[in-house]
Write a protein that binds this ligand. Sequence first.
Ligand code: PMP
Length: 313
Amino acid sequence: MLKTNWIWHHGDWVRFEDAKIHVLTHALHYGTGVFEGIRAYQTPQGPALFRVAEHYQRLLDSARIYMMPHTYTVPQLVSLTQALLKKNDVGSMLQQHGMESVYIRPLLYVGYGTMGLNPGKNPVELMIAAWGWGSYLGDEGVKSGIRCKMSSWARIDSRTLPPLAKCTANYANSILAKQEALSNGFDEAILLNVNGMVAEGPGENIFMIQNGELTTPPPSDGALKGITADTAIWIAQSMGLKVSYRSIIRDELFLADELFFTGTAAEITPIREIDGRVIGSGTAGPITQSIQSRYFELVRGASNERSDWLTVS
Ligand code: PMP
């Protein structure tokens, strides 16, 4: 993690070291925060945010699910984020450190006021921070694939917590799964939902390739509506591949020709093993590799397609 100098916090620019909150902040106690994870990659036009409007729409959707009062709009949030990249001169920062992208973390949360479960009239505050971040699952993982564990934790269910919201509370579930996978010597977890259908990774959507066709679990099975997943679907379809959303059982994953995760942090990461079972050829599959390289072309502005997905700062 390569820190930047300035963070947008509660209506002001504050130095990284000074971006602080009160210990009685509501969100710290009760998980009343919604957030996003966005990347900006170096492109020939400078650092460019990838599908930033879609990310902020999802942030506002998460806030809507949790009935958080605020007045932010997508264009406002996009321009604040452009300003954040400028203020931190992330283009020079990335160049100087030989890095490719910054990760941007907006968080809208219930602040300090009264205690108790009801967020009531506590202020809703916004912070947006950025930092230099490499591959979430490691460069080697992105290249040759990672080893996953089927989690003993089920993905949250919409009868307990809304899986379509990126709410901080939801991530207690993801953390349990991640910790379990790591402490058992794996790189990442795969969670089933409470009905036993494949849902996703702790912070990634999952895709299965069988006979040249892509399948991914639908949101109704607990998968977050991933923006990288949507991008992978667009790429696959533009390559003439069939893509469908349908429920997947665990055994199908074991028999897949190829599997991969998608996520803003995880980018496109192949899965080469689950619980000791080798997936396909045991390395990144050819279709995964093609989708991955097209993805990197898109985010780096190296493609003449979908320039509408890039927002320069
Ligand atoms: N699932 C979960 C639970 C996530 O946290 C994320 C990361 N936002 C994803 C999937 C992937 O979503 P995206 O591609 O939009 O980053």
